[in-house]
Design a protein around this ligand. Sequence first.
Ligand code: BG6
Length: 509
Amino acid sequence: MENIIASAVSQVGDTGHEAAPRRSPPGSFVIFGGGGDLTRRLLLPAIYNLACAGLLDDGFSVVAVDRAELTDAQLQRNVRAALEDFAARRGAEAVTLREDIWAWMQPRIRYVRGDFESMQTYQDIAAVVGDQNCIFYLAVAARFFGPIVDRLGEAGLVREGRHTFRRVIVEKPFGNDLPSAVALNERLLHTLTEQQIYRIDHYLGKETVQNILALRFSNGFFEPLWNRQNIDHVQITAAETVGVEQRAKFYEGTGALRDMVPNHVMQLLAMTAMEAPISFDADAVRNEKTKVLDAIHPLLPQDVVRGQYAPGVVGGKEVPGYRQEPGVDPHSLTETYMAMKFQIDNWRWAGVPFYVRTGKRLAARKTEIAIHFKSAPYALFRDTPVEKLAPNIMVIHIQPTEGVTMQFSAKIPGPSVRLGGVRMKFDYAEWFSEGPSTGYETLIYDCMIGDATLFQRADNIEAGWRAVQPVLDWGQDARSLDFYAAGSEGPEAADALLARDHRHWLKIG
Ligand code: BG6
């Protein structure tokens, strides 16, 4: 069964004329926070992967900007170490750094030391980048987004030429509630045009997230079923096994809601629920996303569960509760888990709940979207041993498994009519051999070629915040916090949220 389905896919999809992606235009990739963790773990390996794929122009260079005292040579040594580390982590086989690629990259890596608030830093950057194309990547704490963009403007660094571009990539968190996101948009738009701003959400760099649109809109048989007539409800899960790690300072003031929901989870929801855009043009896609998020009905307190992990066992190891983690207030009310029931008030989805949950220290690492279809009428089975028809479920697996499974009923061989639940599975890795990626390759490359489809427009960001703002307005208190053991499926209150509607969550672990 699996083979029949997937070979049909390859016959239809394989035109034999795959156009090679073009090289990026020449230019400087300036990273504010060039000595930081994101740069080392993800951005530089992504650039290395783009170089391996032959997608970078010879006129490409990286300029790392940070506060530490470093020479170009020292930075290059650090980058090499980071890339070796990345190569070694690439998969089952040990992979070593490609020396030909390193020989190409090394002379293209420069360092500018400076304070993000000082004009001198920007003059030094201007001297290095000249008047060529530039992308400024803000891999810094959110409090620097505004000041850096202000200074870039004052230094004339974001003025575009007739044939040159100046773009700014902004990391998350983009604001910490709706008013601050609106204010940040206003501040950035004072200096930049919307077309120059690339607000990143790394979930959109994931192949499997991008595949949601391909799956829905390149196949004839999903879309006719994708509505309230056929779908009972949708479950979106973004579960992690990791705890707060070394990020207590950031996480205490952020929590699971702000950290995951208005951005990553809302992207998954929007991709699942949006109408078909008229093209893959950036604005066409982003218009539809905003429209569906704007149709979300304001949340009610009974539709929201906030949880925090207590001590427990994860992967066979005892782990402390959130309040016992280093740097966390022992009476902290910060949530590490959220479950919510969203209702989308439009013709396609009215009456179809979208249940979403996300949390740390859960039973397994799993991000998936489960579409639960309505059951078929039972009438035919009245006189058989079949007591109940199982619903069909289509699960889009985002990570760590990447693929799609369909659950349906089949007759169990034998003389009487009995049904068994079976599963059809499409596994990404089985069908497509892609090199390992960090998820940032596509995003960086798209920014270089000026394709903003996978980036968030100001209104997308604000729509995400608007959907969760009621919860922020209620504020935190001890009554609204439910505890769950680390390594479990989450708080009982989350089960009760679905039980109230006579439904239950798919298991995480
Ligand atoms: C980040 C959050 O944006 O996403 C982290 O700040 C979270 O807290 C991470 O762990 C999850 O990303 P991924 O790609 O591992 O699902």
